[in-house]
Structure formats: C-alpha cells, structure tokens
Design a binder for this molecule. Structure first.
Ligand SMILES: *[C@@H]1O[C@H](CO)[C@@H](O)[C@H](O)[C@H]1NC(C)=O
Length: 766
C-alpha cells in the first residue's frame, strides 16, 4: 500500500506541468488607499469559479471583480485606488453573460496554458469580456479616460452560440496605457455567421499584440483615434478588419488568411469618409479577394481622408490589392507578389501637397532596426518558463509601498540582489516613495503587479536648476548591457521640479533593452499630492502655482545610450484627476517629455505617447536610427495661459527650444509645446504620428475647422543637418502649420483637411 502510494506520487510528480509563477508567488500587493479587505491579487478559483467547462462561472468571476473592496463600477468615473489583478488558472470557464472588468482591473490567464472563456449557447451580453458596458446610453467610463488595464492569455470562444445570432468576443473602447496580448478569438466559420471578435467604437488608444481571430463575420470591427496593432492573425473571417472611423492607425505584422476581405476602410456617412488614415507594413495577405477596400477618390471628402500607406506587404492569391469606389485601384495577383511601397493621399517630399496615388520608394530602412528585413519587434515577456522561486518581491525585501515609508533602500537592494542572482524583480502592487535615485544595472529584469507606482518624493529633486534622475537605467560610465522592464508607473509625490523620471544610459548594442507598459504619470492620482485640491485648473490665469511644478523631464536617453525597444509607453502629465469622480481638470507642469540624444540611436518607439509637457513632448538631437509607430502627443490644455516660456528656463545643454527669437514673425500661439522636434538627426522611419493641440486656455473652440485650427502655430519641426526623416500618415490637430523645416512652414492644415486632423500621407525630408 505504502509503496503503491509512493509510486503514484512519483508518477504524478513526473507529469506535473509547472504552473504559472503569477499564481504561485506570495501575494503581497497592497493598495494603500483601497481600505480594508481589498486584496489586489485575486485568483478566480478562490472566488468559486471552477473552470471545469461545465459549471456556469459567470457570477463567481464577476464577484471576484466587484467584491470585496470599493471597486470602480457603475457610475464611477475612474480610479487608481482600487486595483485588481484577476488571475485565471488554466481551464475552461463557462460563462452565460459578460465578464465586466471594472476600472483598473487586469485580467491575466495562465501564460503557459491560456484559459478559455466559453460562452454558453444562450449567452447574453456585449462581449464575453465587456470592457466598458452600456448600463445607460453611454459606455460606463468616458472612453478617452479609460487607462491602465490589460487583458492577456485567453481564448474567447463563441462557437456554442448559433452562427446567425449576434455575438461579440470582446468590447474594448479604451485609451492610452491599455493593452491586449496573446488572445485567441474562436468563432463559427462560414456563410451566415454574424459573430465579431473584437469591437471598439471609440477611445484614444493604444496598443495590442499577438491576437488571433478565427472565423466570424468580422475579426475586428474598430473605431478609435489611433492605435498601433502588431502581430495579429486573421483566419477564415468574412472581413478581417472593419475600420469604423479613425484618425491614424498602424498595423505591423498582420497575417490575413482566407478571408473575404482584408481591411475595409470604406466607411462613409452622408458622402463623407469616416476613416482618416491607414498604415500597413511588414504584413501578409493570403487567399483573400480584396486586400484593402477604400472609399478614396480624387473628389472624395474630406480631401485627405482614406489616406493609405503600404510598405512591405506580401500578397498570395489576392487579386485586388486595393479597391476604391469605382473598382480596382491597385491590382494584386492570383500568384505571389509583394507591394514594396504604395500610397494614396498627399505627399510632401519635402514640398507639397502633391495629391497622388501609386507606388512610392520604400523607406530606406536602417539595417540596425531590422530583423530579417522586417522591423525588429518583441512582445512583453511573461517569464512563463520560470518558477515562482525565480522572482524577488520588493515587499519581501522590506519595501512597504504605502505611499508613506521611504522605500529607496529596500527597492535598490531587491534590484541588486535579484539581478546578481539572475532573478526577476517583482514589484508587488503599491505606491513606493523614493527619496534618492534608483539605479537599474544591466541584466536587470523587473515586472510590476498591475502598475505599481514608484514616486520621487521628499525633496531630493527640489532644485529645478539641478536636474537629477529618479530611475537611472545603467550608470553614466558608458556601461553596456540590457534590461527588461514591464508593467509599472513612475511619478512624483508633490513638486520635484528637478526630477528626470527615467534616465536611460545603457549602451545596448546587442540585444536591445526593452520596456513594455512602463509609463510616467505626473500628478492626477491619490498619493501624488498633485490633484484637484492642489492643482485645480485656473483657465485664463498665467499665475504658476509652484507646488504644481512637478517634474523636469519624463524620459532622457543620454548620449552614450543606445538600443532600446519601448512598447506601449505613455508619458503623461495629468490633465485631469483620475481619482476625482468628475475627472476635474488640473494644471500640472513638467518641463520636457522624451529627449533622445543617443549618438548611436537604435530606438524603437512602438506605440508610445507623450502628453502635456511644457517645452516639447518628443525631442531628438544628434541621433539616428529611430523607428516609431503612432507617435502621439498632446499640448498642455492650459496653454497659452501660461505659454511655454514659463515656468521652465531654457537649458541650452539640453537644446531646449527657446520660443524667443525663433517665434518672431510667427502668427498665432508660437510659444507652445512642440509635439515633435528633430535636431541634426538622421534616418527616422515614423509609421504614423498624431500631434494634437485641442485647447486654448482649456477651451476647445480653437481646434475646429471652423475656427481655423489655431490653438498653436506650429507643432512638428525638423531642423539643422537632419536628413532621411520619413513620416507616413502625419496627423495634426489645432496647429496652423503641420510641419516646419528650419523655421519655415512646409504644410498648412487647410491644404490637407482630413476627418478631424489634417493629414500628410508621406513626408520625406530628403
Ligand atoms: C542643464 O542640463 C544638463 C544636462 O542634463 C544638466 O547637467 C544641467 O544641470 C542643467 N542645467 C540647469 C541650469 O538646469
């Protein structure tokens, strides 16, 4: 008997598949402002879900989301105080109505064995996962204010629902700092099926990657301001993608196979096109009659809507590559062919507008940005091959994360000891005060538990004339190596006007360093002491509240640094208070957004955004080899009261813009944040950019076509010896000039009117 048991135990040990570390580690995440009994980490099985494919788990899963804790559900605007990381072990979870992730909920399946959410035959609801329910006539959360949420590692299965019964895999109208990763949408196939995999009707995204859509009438039906979507596969869909509306959208690495249509951007309403622009690169379309369906013609309205740029798109048995309102615009092939590069829309090369359609020379791709001819890409690691013992918790190392204790030493110790032992640092959820810089050495791997926050605090960074890093990646000695960082936020607690939130110093000449879903958030959250109480907007007043001069710069890549892949990074100075239930606007000042002065360059900015910094949102100087997709910015809403001349002094060693002499003779609000400024740099390949200026002293009347798009004078500048700067689908809003070269406007918005932005399909500096 004993022996028998022993043998069974040995056998079961041998076949035990290692479970996902996230389920196994000690769960110590703590939300300091959530009140008692509000665990951050929740395993749905601890809340009664069975995952046996038989039991209806809907109520148990939703219960794990909504209780306990003061979660942000119906009627709640948004929150940072009640985070939940909801974990699904492997299994099949039968559901009969929508799973509704409340605000600030992360839904993670086991990465090594993704769980299935399987709809019952009589499923009711708008999405197996409904990310923003219509409890009233509007989505519960204002779609442009839905931040900080992820869903990853799932199979969403609607195959038990009758093919002709409407069904949606996922409803996801959200905005910046959100992501979907590693999700399979399984739907019935064939004629008469009406299921839709992913539905998005609005918002300001965003990023998603590694999704597969099988079957359905439509794989993904989507409208949103802008997006980068990468590595999506569509098999046997009626239409792979229907674009409901957009300003700009960049697809990288699509694989469309055996669908009726590839990407349909022909949406029209009252004779006006709804879709602004489309950028599609490094993709494959197979056995699909029409690759891209558009409504663009030389007389369609608005004039530049429906702009398209294709580059490196391989076709196999795709007879029509691009169709227009009167038939084939670009022929495909019944065999194999590759579209090297092609565009329709306005070209400035560098002067324009030339209203053209047809083949273009492809970008001269810097080889150091490529992997087998395509751009290098890298999905967020989930470390699924590692056991729980490979992770070092900062809380176990003594950090408190209560927004009060000084956690500097504990976090630095955890980073040092984990890295030297080849382990991964786990930042349990919390708000961690740092009172001195933290250094991340080469080799470090750091992953957060649902966006923990590291805050510069206590005055170390109080001198605006002596900027210092908060998170220093590599030291300044020319150190080589690379790091992997994911899922955390860096901010300040109160005014730290000398704080440079990230300083990237590493020379990552081999494997690039990488950051995924790592953000800055300057003010606008509980614990930041930069909220409505301190920094309420004062429209029309130029008086600076010193307490709200929060930071010097969000991200600095120094001269000796190189080789960094940033994916879905959002550098945000809060325009509103997330923890105020009216989302009341705030005036908070941070000097500079992203500054890259790496002499070797080699940066990938995959779906990054930088918003509301005073002097500029992105500035590049003496650098090269820069890839970007949907590079997105917003000018601070308070400008021009005050304008960009205050409160930060020009630092010439950082090549700050001065808005002094350079503004003389320029009409309109010249002293306003640059969206993008490129100085003496070369070899940029920017696939989609959206530079927006919506406000003048908190009023949006300046950003309409009727008002003449005059919130600010200029927004993109290419200067000095810069060369081979290429931008596809440049969209601007609220700026008189769309792009300047050495102080001279190259393009005015009136010449390039699009759905709401103005659009240039192809810009080349020469
Ligand atoms: C200007 O920037 C440099 C480089 O970061 C820094 O060393 C210097 O202290 C700054 N000067 C002032 C006055 O802010």
């Amino acid at each position: 008997m004993q022996l028998h048991h022993f043998l069974l135990a040995a056998i079961s040990l041998a076949v035990t598949v290692q479970s996902f570390w996230l389920g196994d580690i000690q769960h110590q995440g703590l939300a300091p402002f959530a009140g008692a009994n509000a665990p951050v980490f929740r395993n749905v099985k601890d809340y009664g879900a069975r995952g046996d494919g038989v039991t209806d788990d809907t109520a148990a899963i939703n219960n794990a989301i909504t209780t306990p804790g003061n979660r942000c559900g119906r009627g709640c605007a948004s929150t940072t105080t009640t985070p939940v990381v909801l974990y699904f072990p492997a299994g099949t979870y039968l559901i009969s109505s929508s799973i509704i992730p409340y605000y600030f909920t992360q839904m993670y399946g086991d990465a090594s064995s993704p769980p299935t959410l399987k709809a019952t035959a009589n499923f009711q609801g708008f999405g197996l996962i409904d990310g923003n329910p219509y409890w009233t006539e509007n989505p519960n959360w204002v779609t442009t204010n839905v931040f900080y949420r992820q869903v990853r590692n799932f199979i969403l299965d609607t195959t038990a629902i009758a093919p002709a019964t409407p069904a949606t895999g996922m409803h996801w109208p959200t905005s910046q700092a959100t992501s979907l990763q590693n999700i399979v949408f399984n739907m019935p196939k064939g004629n008469g099926v009406v299921h839709v995999g992913l539905f998005i009707e609005s918002g300001s995204g965003g990023f998603m990657s590694d999704l597969t859509f099988n079957g359905g009438a439509t794989g993904a039906s989507m409208g949103n301001q802008q997006y980068t979507m990468r590595n999506l596969a569509f098999n046997d869909c009626g239409t792979a993608i229907i674009q409901l509306w957009n300003w700009g959208w960049t697809y990288i690495g699509l694989r469309i196979n055996n669908c009726g249509k590839g990407i349909d951007i022909s949406a029209n309403s009252n004779g006006k096109q709804e879709v602004g622009s489309l950028t599609l690169i490094d993709s494959t379309i197979i056995n699909t009659p029409v690759g891209v369906a558009t409504a663009w013609s030389s007389s369609s309205q608005p004039p530049t809507a429906g702009s398209v740029v294709l580059e490196n798109v391989a076709l196999q048995n795709v007879p029509v590559a691009v169709s227009g309102p009167s038939g084939t615009v670009l022929s495909g092939s019944s065999g194999s062919t590759t579209i090297t590069a092609w565009s329709q829309g306005h070209r400035y090369t560098p002067n324009g507008p030339a209203n053209q359609i047809g083949a273009i020379a492809p970008n001269n791709r810097p080889s150091v940005l490529l992997d087998g001819g395509k751009y290098y890409t890298r999905s967020k690691p989930q470390y699924e091959s590692l056991p729980a013992s490979s992770f070092v918790s900062v809380r176990s190392a003594g950090a408190r994360g209560d927004a009060a204790a000084d956690d500097t030493a504990a976090i630095q110790n955890a980073i040092n000891s984990a890295t030297s032992a080849g382990k991964v640092v786990f930042i349990d959820y919390g708000l961690y005060r740092l009172t001195a810089p933290i250094t991340i050495p080469p080799g470090a791997k750091i992953v957060g538990e649902g966006y923990p926050v590291l805050m510069a605090a206590g005055g170390y960074w109080s001198n605006v004339d002596n900027p210092q890093p908060v998170i220093k990646i590599g030291d300044t000695s020319g150190q080589a190596g690379s790091v992997e960082l994911s899922d955390f936020v860096v901010g300040t607690q109160g005014s730290e006007p000398g704080a440079v939130l990230f300083e990237y110093n590493l020379a990552s000449t081999g494997t690039p360093s990488a950051m995924w879903d790592v953000h800055t958030r300057i003010g606008g959250f509980t614990g930041s002491q930069l909220q409505v109480a301190q920094c309420l907007k004062q429209p029309g007043s130029s008086t600076v509240v010193q307490q709200c001069v929060a930071a010097y710069m969000s991200f600095h890549a120094t001269k000796q640094s190189s080789g960094l892949y940033m994916e879905n990074t959002w550098l945000w100075v809060a325009d509103h208070d997330i923890d105020d239930n009216a989302n009341t606007q705030t005036t908070i000042y941070a000097g500079r957004g992203v500054y890259i002065e790496s002499t070797e360059g080699r940066f990938w900015l995959m779906g990054t955004a930088s918003e509301h910094h005073v002097l500029y949102n992105y500035q590049f100087s003496n650098t090269k080899n820069i890839f970007a997709s949907e590079l997105q910015t917003e000018t601070p809403y308070f400008m021009p009261t005050p304008n960009a001349l205050v409160p930060f002094k020009v630092n010439t060693s950082l090549r700050d813009p001065d808005f002094g002499a350079s503004c003389s003779g320029v009409a309109g609000n010249c002293a306003a944040a640059w969206g993008l400024r490129v100085l003496d740099s070369r070899d940029f390949v920017i696939y989609g950019a959206g530079h927006y200026s919506f406000f003048s002293s908190y009023s949006t009347t300046c950003s309409t076509v009727e008002a003449g798009e005059n919130c600010q004078s200029r927004i993109v500048s290419i200067e000095g010896s810069s060369s081979n700067i290429n931008i596809y689908n440049l969209n601007t809003i609220g700026s008189l000039s769309m792009i300047d070269r050495d102080g001279r406007s190259l393009a005015s918005w009136q010449d390039n009117v699009n759905v709401y932005p103005a659009n240039i399909a192809v810009y080349r500096s020469g």
